[in-house]
Design a binder for this molecule. Sequence first.
Ligand code: NDP
Length: 444
Amino acid sequence: MNYINEVYENLKNKYANEVEFLQAVKEVLESIEPIIAENEELYRKNKILERITTPDRIISFRVPWVNDKGEVEVNMGYRVQWNNAIGPYKGGLRLHPSVNQSILKFLAFEQTFKNSLTSLPMGGGKGGSDFDPKGKSDREVMAFCQSFMTELYKYIGPNRDVPAGDIGVGAREIGYLYGQYKKIVGNYEGVLTGKGLTYGGSLVRTEATGYGLLYITNELLKNHNIDIKGKTIVISGAGNVAIYACEKAMELGAKVVSVSDSNGYIYDPEGIDLALLKEIKEVKRARLTEYKKMRPQSSYHEGKGVFKLKCDIALPCATQNELDLEDAKALVKNGCLAVCEGANMPTTLEATKYLQKHKVLFIPGKAANAGGVATSGLEMSQNSLRLSWSFKEVDARLKEIMINIYNNMAEVAKKYNLGDDFVAAANICGFLKVVEAMLAQGIV
Ligand code: NDP
């Protein structure tokens, strides 16, 4: 059996029920075949694949808190510290009822390569809880965040592990988490990113993932002689990534006709009203059914189906495995030119292969959504320097990072005759840097 299959089969036997984790590992391992072929002896000797598919540690803990009725509730909390070969662990915290160890392992594994792609010195990690912030009062969210941090603080630090936001964790949650960390540890330090602007946050962090997604999408299109201006874009999700992807897409002259949440999607043929979307999601924290009430020319559709809409470009920005084979077939049939992933692993393996086979340009999340963590890296730099850069300066650095990621992938694709296979190119770029650092640091 070849080395890749050996490692994958072993993981499959050990973690048979961790489907998301196995899916992420399979995608990475399959696509780095040319690199393994070149270095098999060295990698085998140093057990590189075994080590890179095993987290440094997984911390799991009980999170008790008291709800507004005075009742005690208990959730599970996790932090997966995957790999710190190139820098302190870095990756978001997700608060969603679906959170489990498999999902956090897939996210932390992916994060390791994503962070490497940004060219900033950050290792990979991810954490979160099965707590659902939806429908909770501010006091309940604060009680949860304080209890979560009371355990987590032991394992993080500005040079050790720097968490950030993800699904269900925005400025409000980061504020409560930071307040509790500071109260316990007593140090005013950059232990979290995504902080508010008055206490160490960076301009552009809120917009970064969505903006970065559009910077790299635009670069991809430009390099294939396609103008984004006038193109119709379908976006899924209606959270942080989706909203700012929408904003930048519109700025670049494209028309965004949809957004979605876990209940359904909006189709607005005249183009999404961004101010209204922000009011509903960022201010009122309400559902998308509100959008239809305020914009009668739009329609609201229960359930899945957003990728069945006709579009030139699709940007999945909600969650993992939201774009399946049926969606991919509909996109191809409707003449979609490009799919770039704002979310982490939103496209199933079969759907990715189908899109690539049918020549739809495809950039995977670990490259396309790296703008968020890259800007978190810039927040860490500003915290260390005790400086705040202007919006223009951070935005320019973000754009440069995204264009560099594209160029690095294009270079690797050329070197290994990968054509437009940016999945393989992203994995190879991210993998090589981490492995070089691991080899240099010995068996640890
Ligand atoms: P938010 O919590 O702000 O928004 C998530 C959006 O996706 C919401 O509209 C939510 O709908 C929807 N969603 C969540 N779970 C599901 C589900 N199971 N089925 C359908 N829709 C769902 O999260 P973000 O925008 O921050 O994150 C979105 C994605 O982008 C995630 O995959 C995240 O890991 C990834 N990402 C985020 C980064 C960031 O900087 N924020 C950086 C890099 C990647 P509802 O409100 O109904 O739950």
